[in-house]
Write a protein that binds this ligand. Structure first.
Ligand code: ADP
Length: 180
């Protein structure tokens, strides 16, 4: 399913495994320590190979950790992408701890990193809705709104943003938030 902005830019939803999706950048749902995790992070590291771990170790040596709501960039190893943006979503603690703003900030940071590199296609997983416990119906609304707003801007480089949803429940939640 997809939505098209008036300027022709597309927001697409698909079910699948983000490690198989060709894009200029794919986004990882990382943790603040930039240490290995399960879920989409584990899948991305397995598919990309050891170069990601090495680059993240170097980044960590420089900045210590990545704050929640931000992201760091590596190359993509064996993935069919040029870059991986390792975004740190909020851990959901009931919703009154700034989670919505932090989740929105994650998507904005990734879009900004894509524009700095003049990328055309970015693929996102559903950040924070696995181990971090963010209710997917709420997270979907935030994710789609941030990306839609960006795609509607004049003069951007991005042409397409794809949400790659791993299971049907996540797909349905994002579909419900897609603008008509
Ligand atoms: P977080 O810690 O940010 O919640 P998770 O990796 O636990 O991150 O989950 C985020 C979302 O990514 C979940 O909806 C999960 O089902 C999904 N996911 C897991 N593996 C993949 C994959 N290979 N491709 C796309 N999405 C995935």
């Amino acid at each position: 399913m997809e939505w098209r902005a008036e300027n022709g830019n597309r927001l697409r939803l698909m079910r699948g495994d983000i490690t198989r999706v060709p894009a200029d950048a794919i986004v990882n749902a990382a943790n603040s320590a930039l240490a290995g995790g399960g879920g989409v992070d584990g899948a991305i590291h397995r598919a990309a190979g050891p170069v990601l771990r090495r680059e993240l170790d170097q980044i960590r040596a420089g900045i210590g950790h990545c704050p929640t709501g931000s992201a760091v960039v590596t190359t993509a190893g064996a993935l069919p992408a040029r870059f991986v943006f390792h975004a740190v979503g909020p851990i959901y603690c009931g919703g009154a701890h700034g989670e919505a703003e932090l989740l929105a900030a994650c998507y904005r940071k990734c879009l900004e990193l894509a524009e700095e590199r003049e990328l055309a296609v970015i693929a996102f997983p559903s950040i924070s809705t696995g181990a971090y416990g963010y209710p997917v119906e709420e997270a979907a609304g935030i994710a789609i709104e941030e990306v839609r707003r960006h795609l509607e801007r004049p003069g951007i480089h991005l042409r397409e943003a794809v949400f790659v949803l791993f299971d049907q429940a996540a797909y349905d939640a994002y579909l419900a938030c897609l603008p008509r």
